[in-house]
Design a binder for this molecule. Structure first.
Ligand SMILES: Nc1ncnc2c1ncn2[C@@H]1O[C@H](COP(=O)(O)OP(=O)(O)OP(=O)(O)O)[C@@H](O)[C@H]1O
Length: 624
């Protein structure tokens, strides 16, 4: 049974730390109750074991995943962020897997070329940050449904196989010893996905492949006989192409009826999107179909220990509209015998397949940090998605900064504002660490998405949603996508969230509301002028919110925070601080100045911030 298999697996992990972390894997109990997982790290689908997610558990030693062959519904395995070592685990024994995550361990050695030969549905292969050597297995070429391939930070060598999968949208080969041309299919990916290699060439890198190939095949080798053969082959190929085009034209003329032609064209032009749209209904395995049926109309709980309720309970509960945001509406619902929860209804996620959605929600469900609002449950239907979280009564930072109106709630003082910035910084650092696969781990950091608890500690919400967003909407709506690099080049970077954080810091310090700028389409440039105005005012000393109390002896620290904000708001991504640096500098801040001046700040920090420039340079850089 599943229990026997899992217990055997636990036994294999026992000397590796498994006993300590898998304490509730106990004989006589069951791992799954329908879709609710009762054993740590087990993912359940309609009572079956669908996956294992044993991440960041300090597990070490060898990993014997071949023990798991007797779990017929096993489709996903993750052992990321542990300390496993030894050769590539025998994943080929589990050919039904759809995703395998082994990143951030100490696996080593060569991977057999045929390892991926038997997989039919493999979509995600993550092997980053290990010590794999040798060539990249060419059997990856046969994974027709592959979406994500991460091999970065290993010691792979030789050429990159000619990957051509249409749905492949994430590839990271950086920091290996790879060489040769980058396959044409990958030429539109970010250059950073290939950096740190010995000898890769061709787009997206700025290194041309020309010189090495011409030196290896000098023209002197082209004897007249060889030339004749090449010409004959070329003519043959040309004739064949003309023939194919001729027949295709004849065929398509016959079929050219509008209603029939357009759907197939749409599907072919973006197979990954079509694939995603159809997931859930096209799945051929009985298991997946069963899931689709069972889950229909069901709330899926991801937070351990959360009080359970049904969708019906939510519908019956008294509800209050909290607001209508960019994604849809948010409601507060007070359950009959339970807590108040917030239900956020998303209408911009329609392109996401059920499995991708579930997988991401489960990942979010496992995140636990005092500065993050935990996801409690989700609801998936093709046309509609709901996310359920706890209700936080104190409202948002946006409300506290800009919406107190005539109420007698006092304005936030400097120590509280600093506490909020520190909490946000820690939450962001946690997201960056836990979700290294996301370019923008938060994606939507703004003051209405920073809620405040009773003691004004910040709680971030609406984070890490980019992977389940419709990409067009993500780029139109999400705050990180309003960063200058997105406005200019249409692409976010690892520092786009830092930019949003910088804007938030400036908002907290100045009390001004950047949302007016964010709403406009050309936010990158409009916000640049806002930052610019902040910079100008700093020089006249009027930049800080005059409602902010508790500033006595804190002005120096406030100024430092302002510099951090500006360092995060650098238009130029290269010059912009990275998150780690911002977080470290924020942690050093105090409410009041000490007598001894903190010199470390001035050296490293100022060298990189706008503050180190003259006013003219500053205005120039923010105008760019
Ligand atoms: N869990 C929660 N507890 C209390 N208030 C919340 C909660 N989640 C959201 N809110 C508040 O409800 C209001 C609506 O939130 P919603 O997330 O729908 O929109 P938004 O944050 O204004 O915009 P966007 O859709 O771009 O995130 C906001 O004022 C927000 O601060």
């Amino acid at each position: 049974t599943d229990v026997d298999v899992l217990l055997k697996f636990k036994e294999s992990l026992a000397p590796n730390g498994g006993d300590a972390v898998l304490q509730n894997w106990v004989a006589g109990t069951t791992p799954c109750n329908v879709n609710v997982s009762l054993w740590t790290g087990v993912i359940c689908d309609t009572g079956d074991v669908y996956g294992l997610q044993l991440e960041k558990m300090k597990l070490s030693g060898l990993l014997s995943i071949d023990i798991l062959v007797d779990l017929p519904f096993l489709r996903t395995l993750s052992f990321m962020n542990n300390d496993f070592e030894g050769p590539m685990p025998k994943i080929e024994k589990l050919p039904a897997l759809k995703s395998i995550y082994l990143s951030n361990n100490r696996f080593s050695g060569e991977i057999a070329d045929g390892v991926f030969k038997k997989f039919r549905s493999m979509k995600k292969v993550h092997l980053s940050h290990n010590q794999f050597t040798g060539r990249i297995p060419t059997s990856l070429l046969g994974l027709t449904r592959l979406l994500e391939l991460r091999l970065d930070d290993n010691k792979f060598e030789g050429p990159i196989p000619d990957l051509r999968q249409p749905g492949l949208y994430l590839v990271n080969m950086s920091y290996n010893n790879l060489e040769g041309p980058i396959p044409a299919r990958l030429s539109k990916m970010k250059a950073s996905m290939f950096e740190g290699n010995k000898n890769l060439c061709g787009p997206p890198l700025d290194i041309s492949c020309g010189s090495s190939s011409s030196s290896s095949s000098p023209s002197s080798k082209l004897t007249p006989a060889l030339l004749v053969i090449i010409i004959v082959i070329a003519i043959g190929v040309l004739l064949a192409i003309i023939g194919v085009i001729f027949f295709m034209l004849r065929g398509s003329r016959k079929q050219m009826e509008p209603g029939l032609v357009s759907p197939s064209i749409t599907k072919k032009s973006d197979p990954s999107e079509a694939d995603k749209l159809e997931q859930g209904s096209v799945e051929s395995s009985g298991g997946a179909k069963k899931v689709a049926k069972e889950e229909h109309g069901k709330l899926m709980f991801v937070k351990e220990g959360a009080q359970r309720f049904e969708l019906q309970d939510l519908l019956k509960a008294s509800a209050e509209v909290l607001g209508s945001g960019n994604f849809g509406s948010s409601y507060k619902a007070i359950l009959f015998d339970g807590p108040a929860v917030v239900v956020k209804r998303f209408n911009k996620m329609n392109g996401v397949g059920r499995e991708d959605f579930q997988e991401h929600m489960r990942r979010l469900g496992r995140l636990s940090h005092p500065s993050l609002l935990p996801l409690v449950a989700y609801y998936y239907r093709k046309e509609e998605k709901l996310l359920v979280t706890d209700y936080i009564p104190n409202g948002s930072l946006a409300h506290m900064l800009h919406g107190r109106g005539g109420s007698n709630i006092p304005p936030l003082d400097w120590p509280t504002r600093l506490k909020i910035v520190k909490g946000v910084a820690r939450g962001l650092a946690f997201l960056y660490e836990e979700l290294p696969m996301l370019t923008v781990p938060h994606g939507h950091l703004k003051s209405s998405n920073v809620l405040l608890d009773d003691s004004y500690e910040p709680i971030l919400t609406d984070y890490a949603l980019v992977p389940v967003m419709n990409q067009t909407h993500a780029s139109q709506i999400m705050v990180a996508y309003k960063s200058p690099e997105c406005a200019e080049r249409g692409r976010p970077s690892r520092k786009s969230d830092v930019w949003s954080f910088g804007i938030l810091i400036l908002e907290i310090l100045t009390g001004k509301f950047p949302a007016n700028y964010l709403r406009q389409g050309r936010a990158g440039t409009d916000l640049a002028s806002w930052v610019n105005s902040v910079v100008k005012e700093e020089w006249t000393g009027e930049v800080f919110d005059n409602e902010m109390g508790g500033t006595k002896n804190g002005e120096g620290e406030m100024l430092k925070l302002l510099q951090i904000g500006l360092g995060c708001c650098e238009m130029d991504v290269e010059k912009r601080w990275d998150l780690r640096m911002a977080v470290d500098k924020i942690e050093e801040l105090r409410e009041k100045e000490n007598d001894e001046e903190d010199s470390s700040f001035a050296t490293e920090g100022e060298a990189n911030t706008s503050k180190a420039m003259t006013e003219d340079e500053l205005l120039l850089s923010t105008n760019n």
